[in-house]
Write a protein that binds this ligand. Structure first.
Ligand code: 48F
Length: 262
């Protein structure tokens, strides 16, 4: 059998490469143009469109994996649906799909999700995964100016063995893309700075259009995206259909670009 010759580097070089590159990127992204909390379909889509326009984007995600509900689609079956005109975004991302019935398209979750993640990475989005959003940073007139974050494992362990203070990241604009929980908006609501209605019962024909229409700035410095929009404004939920998540992410990118131009 032919011998394969690998380069002559050992453990210390491997460790230094990881630590060095992590520290460089982390230090650089302590300040970004746009910090997106949540790497579900709406957060990834927003990040991809923004980074493609040269915006410095960091996505913070509490899980190890990126993609949120987009991996598995509906009911643990790895299929996801998109109602027209959402299939245009699938075309743009090169995601294969079939038409199930007029105006309803079905794609494979893993294929769709990995394409969207790759598109975000290719555009230049950076990720802090296994990182949980804990709180907001506020500045003058209660403008949202960043996020307080910690390692997910720290938060997951019992309090008595993890008294680890978090750190904060600053950003010109923060996006809440945390899905139904709307965790970033909740941090404002807990301080009496925002009223949240909680999402309504499922009604897909109503919810998709309303979510995209209501996507935007919810408080100075904070944009709301995807299902978090339904939670803030009391809009109906929609179940495993994703066209409006992708279009909400696109709308976020438009709003952020307008704001950054000011
Ligand atoms: O839930 P998620 O996929 O949000 P989305 O982009 O899309 C919603 C759909 O998946 C689906 C639906 C309509 O199609 O009803 O549910 O609005 O992704 C949200 C991401 O945010 C992360 C979470 O792990 C997920 O990947 N996340 C939530 N809370 C935090 C967080 C937090 N505190 N810190 C960091 N990440």
């Amino acid at each position: 059998m032919k011998k394969v010759e690998f380069s002559n580097v050992g453990e210390k070089e491997v460790t230094r490469a990881i630590v060095g590159e992590f520290a460089k990127q982390f230090s650089d992204y302590v300040e970004s143009d746009c910090l997106i909390v949540g790497a579900g379909p709406s957060g990834l889509m927003a990040g991809r469109d923004l980074a493609a326009k040269g915006v410095k984007v960091l996505i913070v995600e509490r899980n190890n994996y990126l993609g949120g509900g987009f991996w598995i689609g509906g009911y643990l079956m790895n299929k996801l649906t998109v109602r027209a005109p959402g299939e245009k975004v699938l075309d743009e991302l090169g995601i294969p799909y079939m038409e199930a019935t007029k105006g309803l398209f079905v794609a494979d979750g893993p294929h769709a999700c990995s394409k969207l993640i790759a598109a975000a990475c290719d555009a230049g989005v950076k990720f802090a995964n296994m990182t949980v959003f804990e709180d907001i940073v506020l500045r003058e007139k209660n403008r949202v100016a960043g996020a307080v974050i910690n390692w997910t494992p720290v938060q997951a362990l019992p309090r008595q063995i993890t008294c680890v203070d978090p750190v904060a990241m600053e950003a010109k604009i923060v996006v809440d893309a945390t899905g139904h929980d709307a965790t970033v908006c909740k941090a404002l609501a807990e301080r009496g700075l925002l009223k949240m209605k909680g999402f309504g019962a499922m009604w897909v024909e109503q919810s998709e259009g309303l979510v995209v229409e209501h996507t935007g700035e919810v408080h100075p410095g904070l944009i709301v995206s995807g299902m978090a929009v339904a939670t803030v404004y009391g809009l109906p939920r929609m179940g495993p259909t994703f066209g409006s998540m992708l279009l909400s992410g696109k709308r976020v990118a438009e709003v952020v670009l307008e704001k950054l131009a000011l």
